[in-house]
Design a protein. Structure first.
Length: 313
């Protein structure tokens, strides 16, 4: 569900941004507005970013190899990180440069009404893309708030598209404000101020994405709810308790589970093997993302595991 939702949101954003980029560039060539140029580059960068996300999704589906035995699921995190860097450098830094240049060397706008018409049309397309991203995100975010979803999501595409679309919408209104104030006051410096504001906005969003995707690249555990399901499924049929467990996302929909479990004293090798096999089946039924499971049988010794043992279930 999450992979399909992410792809749909990315494709919608790609189509919207490609159309918007063409409109903005035409408007910039006619008006000479720095806000329009910054927004044009922003839309081109966003279109490239959606292309990167689609490439990352495709590459993550490659089969595991001897060199990469756990597969390539983290490719989606790598490409999500690249998207954040592109947004920071090409989108944010260019807008800052162009805005400062316009403030220090302002010049009149040509045909500002065309710029306003294009911005209004772009707002319509961007709203459609943002609405699609919200709709697809609701399928996977559950009861989490939007900030919690951005912070905890293991699927990089949805948070990236959500924040990009939000930044794009706010940026369009900033550009609209800059052009509008330039028309009303006949002071082209407002166009530059709007452009600088767009740059600050894009850099802020990019930093948030860099922090979140870096955390995913380093390796995050499964969600607390998933860990609870996994540990609850471990206990039973020869397994008395979980001594300690660790989880790690190998990709958005693939979790590695490693646990040391307490077996009944005197259990034979065959009984241990049967209990572990049954536990693995229970885990996969309770948490389908748990695809790689390593269980180590042991005897529970509180003095050796104090502070790390999971409570008996």
């Amino acid at each position: 569900m999450s992979a399909a939702s992410g792809t749909k949101a990315v494709v919608a954003a790609l189509l919207a941004n490609a159309g918007i980029a063409v409109m903005k560039f035409i408007a910039f060539l006619i008006t000479g507005s720095s806000s329009m140029l910054a927004e044009s580059v922003h839309s081109v960068a966003d279109s490239g970013n959606q292309g990167l996300l689609l490439v990352g999704g495709r590459r993550s589906r490659r089969q595991a190899t001897a060199e990469h035995p756990f597969g390539f699921g983290r490719d989606r995190y790598v490409y999500g990180f690249l998207v954040a860097l592109v947004l920071f450098t090409i989108g944010g830094m260019f807008a800052l440069y162009e805005g400062i240049h316009k403030i220090t060397d302002p010049h009149e706008l040509d045909s500002p009404l065309i710029a306003i018409a294009v911005l209004v049309g772009a707002i319509g397309l961007e709203t459609w893309s943002f609405r699609t991203a919200i709709h697809e995100s609701r399928k996977v975010k559950g009861d989490a708030s939007w900030p919690q979803f951005i912070r905890r999501a293991k699927v990089p595409e949805l948070p990236v598209v959500l924040l990009e679309d939000l930044a794009a919408l706010v940026g369009l209104f900033l550009a609209l404000g800059g052009v509008g104030l330039t028309m009303l006051t006949d002071e082209p410096i407002w166009d530059g101020i709007g452009t600088v504001s767009i740059g600050v906005l894009l850099i802020t969003v990019a930093v948030i994405l860099i922090i979140e995707t870096k955390s995913l690249l380093l390796g995050e555990s499964a969600s607390p709810a998933a860990i609870s399901r996994i540990e609850a499924a471990l206990v039973g049929e020869g397994i008395e308790r979980v001594i300690h467990s660790r989880t790690l996302h190998l990709g958005p929909e693939e979790v590695l589970v490693a646990a040391k479990v307490s077996m009944a004293a005197g259990s034979s090798m065959a009984e241990c093997a049967a209990a572990i096999n049954a536990a693995e089946a229970r885990i996969r039924a309770a948490e389908p993302t748990a695809r790689v499971i390593y269980l180590e049988p042991d005897l529970y010794q509180p003095e050796l595991v104090e502070g790390t043992a999971s409570p008996a279930r």
